[in-house]
Write a protein that binds this ligand. Sequence first.
Ligand code: KG4
Ligand code: ZN
Length: 395
Amino acid sequence: MIILGIETSCDETAAAVVADGSHLLSNVVASSMDLHRAYGGVVPEIAARSHLESIMPVIDQALGQAFPAAAGRTKKAAPGERQTERAWRAIDGVAVTYGAGLGGSLLVGVMTARTLALVKNKPLYAINHVEAHIYANFITRTNLPGYKLTAAAPAFPMLGLIVSGGHSQLVLWRDHFNYTLLGQTRDDAVGEAFDKVARLLGLPYPGGPSVGQAARQGDPFRFNFPEARLTTIGPGLAELRRQSPFPGRRQEAAKHGYDFSFSGPKTAVLRALQRLVGVGYEFPSQKLAERLSEAQKADVAASFQRSVIETVVSKTVAAYDEFRPRSVVIGGGVAASAELRRLLAKKLPLKVNYQDPKLMTDNGAMVATLGCFKAQANRPVADPYSLQIEPNLSM
Ligand code: KG4
Ligand code: ZN
């Protein structure tokens, strides 16, 4: 089963080819991040325009990388036939992210995938971006240089922590396509909070890596940015707790829900900066950074990172204690964070197999991988004449 995955939900135009849900044949990502940097965040109109320019070259490159001219996988080509035509013969289906994401950006990927599915006569799989982030962990083999892949695919039940620019969720999978949302952010996503704090500190976009970099020189205990205490319990978790016994469930471990909130710590950072600089609420926040020393910025970055990562890790460990899954995996851009990986490994009694950080930020490989599992399980295909985008798709 060989699937072409297409991903355009935010600022990365990405395509990849994956075989059997585990073997990465190609992975191409073109980012418009440099264009957005001047604005401190993604500008949807610029992202959509840039997808439009990059999408076909990115797909061609992904096909070319997966099936180099002499590849043995493809049938013998007729003389003069283009390399991508040979590659298309080996492709069994097209998977595309149809949500969640920016409307204009999603449209480019979905319309391209619909057209290709029709023209090349391939089944089309509609992929949920957030689910796909977790499926990046199923990739275990590649001949591509520069990847350090996880050694084994995760086992079920599997606890997944998704931490990206748009999502922060804890999800428990019993099996493929059978999962429960345990908790999610009530306001900002983790990556979004990093990006906003980076802007306050005058650090470049994307904020996760730049705050992480600044944090290395700082004191993580200089400031205390309080963790939000949430008591909300979503319907999925409530239902799961009613089902007794969920295999492995430890009732006594359940003291709380698993929802997150990150807008509190972000506002606490703003207040701390105003105090450090000695100005009031009316002072323009974009001018605070000019008045901070490098050491102050590093201390705020380190303390903020500690607060957010401790929150995420403690909820993950609590969910592990309650449900005792056989594996814990992370996905989404913030899952590339070395500090998150370090603390999670330290606090979890189970060994976490970390995936190559290149597969944590947005990419087509995760989309193709989930597409492979859908195809293998004969999940419903999407209609290439009518598949619509769903910018607010949830899990
Ligand atoms: O998954 P992703 O590429 O896009 C979304 O689906 O949102 O995640 C982007 C987010 C950004 O907020 C970025 O600041 C954060 O992931 N990020 C990181 C790292 N790389 C990207 N955060 C912490 N450490 C990193 N190395
Ligand atoms: Zn993402």
